[in-house]
Every structure is written in C-alpha cells, then in structure tokens.
Design a protein around this ligand. Structure first.
Ligand SMILES: Cc1ncc(COP(=O)(O)O)c(C=O)c1O
Length: 393
C-alpha cells in the first residue's frame, strides 16, 4: 500500500493519544505501561506538569528568534548544564545525531589546528551515534551503514571495552585526534564496560593529546543515577553530547566542551537555525529543575537496583537467559537467541518494551516510575521471557 509517510520505520500497530507519567492510552482508550520512555526521552514521564507549564507559558510569550540575537533561556540552559556537568561551554541543536556531528566537527577542527590534515576519530564496534552520514559512519553496526556508501573518511574502529586496541591504533595512525565512545552502549545492547574503562581511555587521550568525546545521548540526564555516566568516575571528557532526556520530548541536543576546545567553534564555523530556541531551552531548564527538586538521579539509581534484584530473582535458573545488565534505568536482559517477537507480545499485555542487538530485551523506563510499576514490569517481562524460552526449546 502506498503511504504518505516514508516506510523507513517498522511500527507496532498501535497509536497513542494521551500520556500521564509512565502510562499511555491508545486510540481505543486502552491503557499501557511505558517501560521505554520514547527510547530514553521522556525521563520525567508523559505530560509532566512542570514541563507542560513551562512549554505553554513560553509558547505564549516567544518561541523563536534565531541565533542572530541573544537568547536568555539558551544562556540560562548553558549555565545550568555547565554547572551540573563540569563542562565549560555548550552548543545547542535539535537531535543526538546533530550533537555528535558537532563533536566530530570539533575533533576535525582541533586536528587541523595541530597540522593534522587527515584528522581521524577512534570509534568502537557495537556503538550507535546516529543516522546522518558522519554519525552512521561512526556507528559500529554495519546494518546502519549498508546502502549508504561511500562512507566518510577519518574513522578507525576498535572493539568496545578494549583500551589496548585503542593504544595499538596510535602506533599505526599519526593523525588520530579524538576518541568518540558511549559510557554504556545503549542500542548496542546495554553493554557496560569495565569500571576503569573510561579512566584508561582518558589517560590514553591525555598521553596522545587526543580529545575524549563521550556520547551520553542515551546515558545522560539522570538515567544512570548521575547527570552523566562519567560522573561515576573521576574523569571529565573534553566533549560531551546530550539529547533524548534533555527535553523530555521537546527536540533538543547539546554538545558541551571543556578546556582547549571550549571556544574552538568561532562565528561562521557551525550553526543550526532552530538550535537552542527559547521554547526548547525553557523546557530543558524545567527538566533540569525537576530532576534536581525531585531527587530523580537518586531515584533512578534505586529503581535500577530494584530492577536488578527483581529480575535476578524472577529469572533465576532460567536456561536461555545469558546476562542481566543494569546501570541505573538502563536495563538489558540478554537471551541466547533473537527475541524481537517479545516486543509485540509485551504490547498485547499493554506493556512497552524494546529489543535491541537482536537478543537483548531493553528497558528504559521513566525516572518517575513507582515501585509498584517497576514490580509490574519485572513480573510481566519475566513471564514473557520464560514463556518465550520454553516455547522455543
Ligand atoms: C548513544 C546515542 N547516540 C546518538 C543517538 C542519535 O540520536 P538521534 O536519534 O536524536 O539523532 C542515539 C539514539 O538512539 C543514541 O542512543
């Protein structure tokens, strides 16, 4: 059938018309529990009153003027992000891919300033950084790249969680300028690296004068129990990208920088028409305020422990469950076989979940989830997994 929307998404046969907290209602009035938050976007749940009020108030006052003029809410948001992350400057855009494009442009510019004419960025296998040409080239999943050759030059790939492989690259390439890496791989299957991975990558970057660029688009904004996952270590990145949870549904991305690259992007080097307009910045400010006021980082950490313990218990001894991985409210249950059909089976039970990397059940529930809702998710997902594994014996 011809459709007027391009058929680039495989959609579930349901349309939602209303949301409240962790709950959604479809066109038939059926209620669902949302354990995915629009893929880590609505961390404060749906229709959060503080965010709704900020958006409505700002929409009535002023939405857009362009970056040709001062924008007070953009300045306030940059100040707030600098305060909570320890970074020094911020550029605003509209999506995660665009935030990563900004990071990659910073890396190239940084390289050229050092006389490196083929500035090259180290990226990892299994990563996901977006769908634009540069970010799909950076992405470590061939499925994202197929059909879109020629890919961009200037990338070299190493296995995730392998600092020695990164160090070896330094021996072969003289034009490395940066490392771009996710602190926990989200689309890649909730892959949590060794505790000292980021510190070791930081040390390697310092040794070679490379930039450490962290993609915290999925891990950021409180989801892992801190504003950003690197805050559980003692390091800082040089470049940090955020999007998803930053706007709770309002499209906004940010690229933050620090130290020698904080002021690299000078007038004329980069821009985005909508980037950081009064409407989205006001919404993002309300998101930060709410996460702070309601202690939602601590809540994410606590809920994460509840999920971990709950799934350990509920799935104990279940053959076919390979690993349960939890970092705050990034939850992955790896099975020993592809399990995409669990998504529609969960939907039938009025629960939204996701499967990524073919065999990893991924949950990214909102930070405002109640204990009872968490327990309901644990119980439904565990039952579905057990039934799925039994039926496939
Ligand atoms: C880690 C990471 N980086 C980048 C992106 C791309 O973000 P967007 O879809 O907003 O362009 C995603 C999206 O899933 C992501 O998870």
């Amino acid at each position: 059938m011809q459709t007027t929307v391009m058929p680039n998404y495989a959609r579930q046969p349901v349309t939602f018309v209303k949301g409240d907290g962790a709950l959604l209602w479809d066109t038939q009035g059926k209620r669902y529990l949302d354990a995915l938050s629009g893929i880590a976007v609505c961390g404060l749940g749906h229709s959060h009153p503080a965010i709704t009020e900020a958006i409505c108030e700002q929409a009535k006052r002023l939405m857009h003027t362009s970056n040709l003029y001062g924008i007070a809410h953009q300045q306030a948001l940059a100040d707030a992000l600098v305060r909570i992350t320890g970074m020094e400057s911020a550029f605003f855009c509209n999506s995660g891919a665009e935030a990563n494009e900004t990071a990659l442009k910073i890396a190239r510019l940084y390289g050229h300033h050092q006389g490196k004419n083929q500035p090259t960025v180290i990226v990892t296998e299994g990563s996901f950084h977006g769908r634009t040409l540069a970010t799909l080239t950076a992405t470590g999943n061939p499925k994202v790249q197929v059909g879109f050759a020629p890919l961009l030059e200037g990338f070299v790939r190493v296995p995730y969680n392998d600092v020695n492989a990164m160090a070896a690259v330094a021996e072969q390439h003289s034009d490395i300028v940066a490392v771009l890496v996710e602190p926990v791989m989200g689309e890649g299957g909730i892959v949590i690296p060794d505790e000292d991975y980021l510190s070791k990558v930081r040390a390697l970057c310092d040794h070679h004068n490379w930039l450490l660029m962290l993609d915290e688009i999925q891990t950021g904004m409180g989801r892992t129990g801190q504003w950003c996952a690197y805050q559980q270590t003692d390091i800082f990145p040089d470049v940090l990208t955020l999007a998803k949870g930053l706007g709770n549904g309002v499209p906004i991305g940010a690229c933050l920088a620090r130290g020698k690259v904080a002021e690299l992007l000078q007038p004329g080097t980069h821009g985005s028409t909508f980037g950081g307009n009064p409407l989205v910045c006001r919404a993002a400010l309300a998101v930060i305020e709410t996460i702070e006021q309601d202690n939602l980082r601590q809540r994410a950490e606590k809920l994460g422990q509840r999920f971990y313990q709950g799934f350990l218990k509920a799935l104990e001894g279940t053959a076919g469950v390979r690993e349960i991985r939890v970092k705050g409210l990034m939850i992955g249950i790896e099975l020993d076989k592809p399990c995409g059909q669990l998504v529609s089976q969960a939907l039938e039970k009025q629960l939204l979940i996701n499967v990524t990397a073919e065999r990893v059940v991924r949950l990214l529930p909102p930070l405002i989830l109640s204990d009872a809702q968490a327990d309901e998710i644990i119980s439904t997902v565990s039952q579905l997994i057990r039934a799925f594994l039994n039926s496939n014996l």
